[in-house]
Design a protein around this ligand. Structure first.
Ligand SMILES: *Cc1c(COP(=O)(O)O)cnc(C)c1O
Length: 421
């Protein structure tokens, strides 16, 4: 057995593997031309001139076709896309919305932005929402369930949809981290009543900031569209709103610059996924037989975007030692929950809920409209989730990884496992 780098041995890689971003790690003339063309046209605002020729409308057309959806609205962020979809679903004071314990903070913050109460469900060994706990969290006030497809991994959509349908509750998919993923052959974002995507820089394809929401329901679309722009009914040439809603709205409009940039990146989506998936398949095949190391359960490996690789160590302490040792071998990675780093993807760190400092005038669970039982959030309320997150060692997969890189990842994981497990 060779000596671990952390103990002074020779690292598997002399130069650490560089894990960066996904879509934005390669940007070239395609993106540059897309943006400069908008500057040359001097049309930076979508509701100026022919609406169908706007870059925003072209992004929407791409997503509608890809997901087989009737309506899409590009907006300025993934958080805005979630808020619009939630307004579209008519969520508000008095309502409960079930979100997973492991998701980017925006999923819960968006619920609060509508005035509804976030109800936190446990995650399971997929690190996505646990269907069993989801059903336990349903009350007479539940108005939506938000499964989040974290880090490229599809949530258990068959189970989630069965529960939601049984109780007549709409599903909103948060696809921010799994653009292009699928589940049993169907695109993520095409299961629920609505879906939200993000184009922020950390996501699979990006314009730095941006997002989109989709639905087949005209009520959801037109209500959500009113929330995205308080003046939407006033712009010339905007298709008329067949319904009357008294939604005052805000401003979540996307810039034509961002829309053009993400449209250019849309052409990269499938080639990127192909690259990530091939690397991930190779790594998983190379580590799946390691004793004492449990792989994350991926509900549909074919639909996995392949941007992350996660395995569980037997306990939290071993997971931390494993991650440190792997880093020393030149493989960037980390545990997800280790009690020290406040990760924004874990409910216990969402201070606006769990710090006990919620303001009565702003906290939806203190609203006189709310008749349910969710009053006190605590940092410990989802022990099952904290257990999985504590034992998880995670690394990202970059589009620049080569087959040799993948083989060194395997070699390093096998080396550390042999020494520690
Ligand atoms: C990034 C992200 C969002 C929000 O997207 P922004 O574009 O940053 O507002 C929402 N949900 C999840 C799961 C995310 O990862």
């Amino acid at each position: 057995m060779s000596k671990l780098a952390i103990d002074g041995g020779t690292p598997v890689r002399s130069k650490p593997l560089a894990a960066g971003f996904h879509g934005s790690s390669v940007m070239d003339e395609t993106e540059i031309n897309a943006v400069t063309n908008v500057l040359r046209k001097k049309r930076l605002f979508r509701f100026l001139g022919n609406e169908e020729e706007s870059e925003a409308a072209k992004v929407e057309a791409f997503y509608k076709a890809r997901l087989g959806r009737e309506y899409a609205l590009a907006v300025n962020a993934g958080t805005s896309a979630l808020i619009c979809a939630m307004y579209g679903l008519n969520l508000g004071p008095g309502d409960e919305v079930i979100v997973p314990a492991h998701t980017y903070v925006a999923t819960a913050a968006a619920v609060i932005a509508t005035g509804a109460v976030p109800v936190i469900a446990e995650i399971d060994n997929s690190l996505n929402i646990d269907p069993l706990d989801t059903e336990k969290k349903i009350t007479p006030y539940t108005r939506a369930i938000v499964p989040v497809h974290m880090r490229g991994i599809p949530a258990r959509m068959a189970e989630v949809m069965a529960i939601a349908d049984k109780h007549g509750i709409p599903v909103l998919e948060d696809v921010a981290q799994s653009n292009g993923g699928s589940y049993r052959g169907k695109a993520l974002g095409s299961f629920g009543k609505a879906a939200a995507f993000s184009f922020q820089q950390y996501k699979i394809i990006t314009s730095g900031e941006g997002g989109i929401f989709l639905t087949d329901d005209p009520d959801v679309y037109f209500r959500g569209r009113m929330q995205h722009d308080c003046a939407v009914g006033f712009w010339p040439g905007v298709d008329s709103n067949p319904h009357e809603y008294a939604v005052s709205g805000e401003n979540y409009r996307i810039s034509e610059l961002s829309a053009a940039l993400v449209l250019a990146q849309c052409g990269r989506l499938d080639p990127l996924l192909k690259t990530f998936r091939a690397i991930k398949k190779r790594i998983v095949a190379g580590i799946r037989d390691i004793r004492g190391l449990e792989l994350q359960d991926v509900p549909d490996p074919e639909g996995d975007c392949g941007i992350s690789n996660v395995f569980f160590a037997p306990d939290t302490e071993l997971a931390q030692r494993f991650a440190e040792a792997l880093k020393a071998e030149g493989i960037p990675c980390g545990t997800i929950y280790d009690n020290t780093i406040p990760d924004r993807h874990i409910y216990s760190n969402w201070a606006f809920m769990t710090s006990g400092k919620a303001e009565e005038r702003r906290a939806p669970w203190m609203s006189p409209f709310y008749k349910g039982d969710v009053r006190d959030y605590t940092r410990e309320q989802c022990p099952q989730s904290l257990g999985y997150l504590g034992r998880a060692v995670m690394m990202f997969i970059d589009q620049t990884f080569t087959v040799q890189d993948a083989d060194q990842v395997i070699e390093a994981i096998r080396k550390v496992a042999a020494a520690l497990l």
